[in-house]
Write a protein that binds this ligand. Structure first.
Ligand code: SAH
Ligand code: SF4
Ligand code: F3S
Length: 468
């Protein structure tokens, strides 16, 4: 029997049990998915929610009222892990109130052996763990728990999660912008990074399945599709690789935007930039993490390019797409980073002209190569470099945003501001614009004139007639 059939069988069994519960209790069991980490995890959580709803659970508005809590974890930095464990710790009192509550932990932390041990020993109210390749086994875990209330730890890095989750329903929460995973895993083994260890080897999703889903998303009214992978440029699901896939997604009729992440500088080349120039639906943003401006550190990081090589890539990308807003990731405080290395990073930031930069302080990850490099840079020195780099980039971001004032741009209205008094919208480069406009515009494109700018965002007003 195939795994998909197993998944379907357990879904049916749990669904029947949930129906019995409903008849006896007069309410349906509820689920809550708590998501940490990157877009890949957000996308995985859509499958987890889809599985929960197929099993007959209703969404809960918070963990307090849930009968099933799935915690989808991230292992990329120690801070993320600590925060997650703290929040899971706080769930013990929910379990005390409701002994039938099933708490499942999944995601990247659950692919780390020492973390599974920790959960086993110190978090007795967590009743099951699933690694990222075993998501399709959630119904089996739930069914077994409903039967005997025993704890179970599923870990099998060799499962083909792409095949096992293909075709499972997703519960997307946005309605305007959709994640579309095109691959899983990572083969790059950057020396600081845990992802290749917790996500396993790279595998590309079948191009036919990707295109089918993209078409369905457009037909169902989604206005932005982000193709997802740890390194989309090594997509192998079609001849011609990622640029060929982009061209096919671009050929789907309708007004929608295409985005993708993440690109690795060693694999992003002229074919990609040419496709970006030819495809009108590919929005003008490129996220291209550089990690460090020091060639010595880049070598130690196993990144496969130099600072000059990186900047040359940016020049080439902008030659093909002059409208590009480029964003990036950088790590400060890699083991053994000297002031000179740091200054090389700062110099690269000044030259690159990023719209924005995600700046991370290096976090030692057990099992990675960098974890073995001696590290004696004092914490205050690293924090000081971090602040200096933030200041450097903030000035550039502000300048880039101020240059937009009085220009007219096409935006996608994608939501309402937190204060509720304006709409949020995104430029092709993915800059955030707040616009006072009718909430019925959410989910449509419109032209906006930029009236003011700050470091992080823009303000604008609608021009001309809006289209729905
Ligand atoms: N696959 C993507 C994303 C990886 S995780 C990529 O290659 O860009 C996102 C970012 O987290 C990375 O780009 C890196 O800047 C940062 N990061 C990864 N491991 C880290 C670590 N051990 N400490 C600090 N930052 C880290
Ligand atoms: Fe980590 Fe490097 Fe893979 Fe990105 S490309 S996930 S930074 S190993
Ligand atoms: Fe975190 Fe896993 Fe993503 S470690 S950054 S959730 S791939």
């Amino acid at each position: 029997m195939s795994e998909i059939t197993d998944t379907a069988r357990y879904i049916d069994l749990v669904r029947e049990d949930n129906e019995r519960f409903f008849r006896a209790e007069g309410r349906r069991r509820r689920y809550y998915v708590d998501t940490y980490g990157c877009q890949q995890n957000e996308s995985d959580s859509e499958i987890l929610r889809g599985l929960a709803e197929s099993m007959g659970y209703e969404p809960a508005s918070d963990t307090q009222e849930a009968d099933l809590i799935v915690v989808n974890t991230c292992a990329v930095r120690e801070h993320a892990e600590m925060r997650t464990l703290g929040n899971v710790g706080a769930m013990s009192h929910i379990k005390k109130k409701n002994p039938d509550l099933l708490i499942v932990m999944t995601g990247c932390m659950m692919s780390e052996a020492h973390m599974r041990e920790k959960i086993k020993k110190s978090f007795p109210y967590v009743s099951g763990t699933l690694d990222t390749n075993s998501h399709a086994r959630l119904p089996e875990l739930v069914w077994s728990f409903l039967g005997d209330r025993k704890r179970r730890y599923y870990y099998d890095e060799n499962r083909d999660v792409l095949a096992e989750t293909e075709g499972l329903p997703r519960v997307r929460t946005n309605g305007v912008k959709a994640w579309l995973p095109i691959m899983k895993g990572c083969n790059n083994f950057c020396s600081y990074c845990i992802v290749p260890y917790v996500r396993g080897r790279e595998m590309s999703r079948d191009a036919g399945a990707v295109l089918r889903e993209a078409r369905e998303l457009v037909e169902s009214g989604e206005k932005e599709i982000t193709l997802l992978g740890q390194n989309v440029n090594s997509y192998r699901g079609i001849e011609g690789g990622f640029p060929a896939l982009l061209r096919l997604v671009n050929a789907i009729p309708g007004e929608f935007r295409i985005r993708f992440m993440t690109s690795h500088p060693k694999d992003a080349g002229e074919e990609l930039f040419r496709a970006m120039a030819d495809c009108e639906k590919i929005a003008g943003n490129l996220h291209l993490p550089f990690q460090s401006g020091s060639d010595r550190i880049l070598r130690e990081m196993n990144r496969g390019y130099t600072a000059a090589g990186y900047l040359e890539k940016l020049r080439l990308a902008r030659a093909y797409r002059p409208d590009l807003d480029i964003t990036s990731d950088v790590i400060v405080g890699f083991p053994g980073e000297t002031e000179e290395d740091y200054l090389a990073t700062e110099a690269l930031v000044r030259e690159a002209g990023f719209l924005s930069l995600f700046t991370f302080i290096y976090s030692r990850r057990e099992g990675t190569r960098a974890a073995r490099i001696p590290d004696d840079t004092p914490e205050e020195v690293i924090k000081d470099r971090f602040q200096r780099l933030l200041r450097t980039q903030d000035a550039i971001s502000r300048e880039k945003n101020e240059a937009m004032v009085s220009k007219t741009v096409r935006v996608l209205y994608d939501g309402v501001t937190r204060e509720g008094d304006a709409l949020t919208a995104r430029t092709p480069g993915n800059r955030l614009v707040s616009v006072k406009a009718d909430p019925s515009l959410v989910g449509s494109f419109g032209d906006v004139r930029i009236t003011s700018a700050s470091t992080w965002s823009l303000t604008g007003e609608p021009v001309g007639t809006e289209e729905h």
